[in-house]
Design a protein around this ligand. Structure first.
Ligand SMILES: Cc1ncc(COP(=O)(O)O)c(C=O)c1O
Length: 445
């Protein structure tokens, strides 16, 4: 049965460049359109449908909360679902992070984290601190404050006159080290750059450093080298600035641990989360705040939105966390992630596959025109688009990435199916991808 509703899309002012398909049903890693075609969701949408499509427990949680009350303003009221979500999330977070601020998505979480850091310093009598340092080729969201922190050159370009002048340091991009180093010769110059940048900004102007533990959409599931985040933590402590881990894409088990940053045993001051936090079932985001930061606040956090702490979104968040723990999806991501990465390894035989990276059920493939020199394809070849289209024809969905190298050239895709994916489905995804890459190469190499 198809969903109720209209069929004319001409009233939409949409981000899509092509014709939009109408999706009518989802279950696990599969989605169906209104013509009955089945797609395998190899990227969990934009890496958000962590628990898979069509989970009944989530629909039930929504219906229950809607039947009780769907909205209550968060400056006067709370609901059981809001409190349950906050408690579950705090318990899922690293030990020193126990306070949860709830919002409606990743960009809102980034904005809130920057304001939290600012108010934290005000409360402590350091009114000059406001700048958030981020990294080039990172992504923290599309609202103007979040885009100012985002170092995604391609997404920033059109809007530069509207952005805040926040500083950026080079990325920890080992495949194309900005310092021209190999792993053997690496002295973590990219992490040391933070100390320089803080000093260059006048030491007492900086409030926080924000980074994705694995760079998601911009650099295709790129991990930092060992020691990187330990050094970042030390540098932040030395200068009295907060470390914000943007776990919007990597949180809630995606990389095989609760949080991406857990791979390096480092505790941030603030974790931002969204996407998998609600499994895509409702708009939901959060800042998880350390006890130390929360205790510095003498009054309330002076920030909020109409839909902050939304009772129905929080019902979803609580149910998704419960489902994640009950079905051991974090452990599953670690285990099946090994299978995914092993199977993806065969793609190295393709001349265009330059690098395969990631952890857990979170992988990225960077494409190159020449493997030996790592020369990228010219932008007008749009190699990523060719791979994505060939996949789409086979009804496999993967997440495209462009302008990887420097904001102008470079191609990658992300492979990150729902964490409920089976071994057989992983094999199916990789073999369809294998064919698609071969066909795309046939067109241009
Ligand atoms: C790491 C990261 N941070 C923030 C965001 C922004 O989240 P949202 O699209 O929910 O605003 C994204 C979205 O892709 C993301 O990947």
């Amino acid at each position: 049965m198809s969903s109720p509703g209209a069929t004319d899309s001409s009233y939409l002012f949409s981000r899509a460049t092509g014709k939009l398909l109408t999706i009518t049903r989802g279950e696990g890693v599969y989605m169906w359109d209104d013509e009955g075609n089945r797609y395998i969701d190899g990227s969990a949408g934009p890496v958000c449908v962590n628990i898979g499509h069509g989970v009944k427990e989530i629909a039930d949680a929504v219906a229950r909360q809607m039947a009780e009350i769907s909205y209550a303003h968060s400056s006067h009221f709370t609901t059981g679902t809001v409190l349950e979500f906050a408690e579950r999330l705090a318990k899922f977070a690293p030990p020193s992070l126990n306070r949860v601020y709830v919002c409606s998505g990743g960009s809102e979480a980034t904005e809130a984290a920057a304001k939290l850091a600012r108010q934290y310093h005000l409360e402590r009598g350091e009114p000059r601190r406001y700048k958030v340092i981020a990294r080039w080729q990172s992504y923290h969201g599309n609202t103007l404050g979040a885009l100012s922190m985002s170092g995604n050159i391609a997404r920033r370009r059109r809007y530069i006159p509207l952005l805040l002048d926040f500083p950026h340091i080079p990325p920890a991009y080992c495949y194309r080290c900005p310092y021209g180093k190999t792993r053997d010769a690496c002295d973590l110059e990219c992490a040391r750059a933070l100390d320089w940048e803080i000093k260059a900004n006048g030491k007492s102007e900086v409030s926080a450093f924000i980074a994705e533990p694995f760079v998601g959409a911009t650099l295709g599931s790129l991990p930092a080298p060992d020691g990187y985040f330990q050094l970042i933590r030390e540098t932040c402590d030395d200068h009295g600035i907060l470390f914000i881990a943007d776990e919007v894409m990597t949180g809630v088990g995606r990389t095989g641990k609760n949080w991406g940053i857990d791979h390096w045993g480092v505790e941030p001051d603030i974790i931002t989360a969204a996407k998998g936090l609600s499994g895509g079932y409702m708009p939901l985001g959060a800042c998880i705040v350390s006890d130390g930061v929360a205790e510095a606040f003498k009054g309330p956090f002076a920030h909020g939105h109409t839909y902050g702490s939304h009772p129905v979104s929080c019902a979803v968040g609580a149910a998704v966390l419960e489902y994640t723990v009950k079905h051991k999806l974090v452990e599953r991501s670690a285990k099946l992630g090994e299978h995914l990465h092993k199977r993806l390894g065969v793609l190295h035989d393709h001349p265009s596959v330059g690098d395969i990276r990631g952890k857990g059920i979170f992988a990225g493939i960077e494409f190159v025109k020449d493997k030996a020199t790592k020369e990228p394809f010219p932008a007008d070849v749009a190699f990523y688009g060719r791979v994505v289209e060939r996949c789409f024809e086979k009804r496999l969905l993967v997440y495209p990435g462009v302008a990887t190298v420097d904001g102008y050239v470079g191609d990658h895709i992300q492979v990150a199916p729902p964490l409920v994916v089976t071994r057989e489905q992983i094999d199916e995804i990789v073999s369809l991808l294998d064919e698609a890459i071969g066909e795309a190469e046939g067109e241009v190499l």
